[in-house]
Design a protein around this ligand. Structure first.
Ligand SMILES: [Zn+2]
Length: 234
């Protein structure tokens, strides 16, 4: 009898523990997270693949600043790196034509072809080529965007970009986007070549060399890219 009572007590205790266990809700499962590639962050440009080309490089210095003697290729890369950072922060995947002072070929056409192949093989959906201008008349100034004639999407992108550069940089001379027959603009994706300003103009050269002004250029281009996608997306 005594033994049976003990068995009942053990049984009751087991039931109580089971009841307590059932009463405590199971820890809710964590919501399943969508697998994202590591390069893709959240932001207005999430999922976009953009190709940035810092013009010239290596043996090809591009234009030379009249006062400082700096080569265009260096300033192009500085602006492009600032733009890359901003675009990555907005969630884009960025492919760079170059991240150092190099050329793909000493033959200019082959060098540009290699850059375009990199954009195409990376499945870039937009191409931005960064340059600095020069002109024999040293009073010329202001940023100017070029697109390829007949490419309607590129024309739209160029117009949006020109406006953003005018708003962001407040140049004394306001230029309009122009069509230009540049080989770098020959891919069938929205493509623009941006001449950020004139290295032949003393006042503009000083601005183009300053990190603050370079950042303002990069920010204006970044904002132009976002505006373009918001206009062109259904
Ligand atoms: Zn150039």
């Amino acid at each position: 009898m005594k033994k049976k009572w003990k068995e009942w007590a053990a049984f009751a205790a087991a039931c109580l523990l089971l009841a307590i266990g059932l009463a405590i809700p199971a820890r809710p499962a964590k919501p399943a997270q969508r697998a994202r590639p590591v390069h893709e962050a959240a932001g207005p440009l999430s999922g976009r693949i953009l190709f940035l080309d810092a013009g010239h490089g290596g043996i090809d210095g591009g234009a030379r600043a009249k006062d400082s003697g700096k080569w265009e290729k260096e300033i192009n890369l500085q602006v492009t790196e600032k733009l890359q950072k901003l675009l990555l922060a907005s969630g884009a995947q960025v492919i760079m034509s170059r991240e150092s002072d190099m050329e793909y070929s000493q033959n200019k056409r082959q060098d540009l072809t290699a850059r375009l192949e990199k954009a195409a093989s990376g499945k870039a959906e937009m191409l931005i080529s960064i340059h600095m201008n020069e002109y024999r008349d040293r009073s010329e100034s202001g940023p100017q965007v070029f697109y390829r004639k007949g490419q309607e999407k590129s024309r739209l992108l160029a117009g949006v970009m020109q406006e953003q550069l005018i708003q962001g940089l407040n140049p004394s001379k306001e230029r309009s986007a122009l069509s230009g027959d540049y080989f770098m603009l020959s891919l069938n994706i929205p493509s623009v070549l941006i001449e950020c300003g004139f290295l032949s103009n003393s006042a503009e050269e000083a601005m183009l060399l300053s990190p603050e002004y370079q950042y303002r250029i990069a920010k204006a281009i970044h904002d132009g890219i976002i505006e373009y996608f918001s206009l062109s997306s259904p």
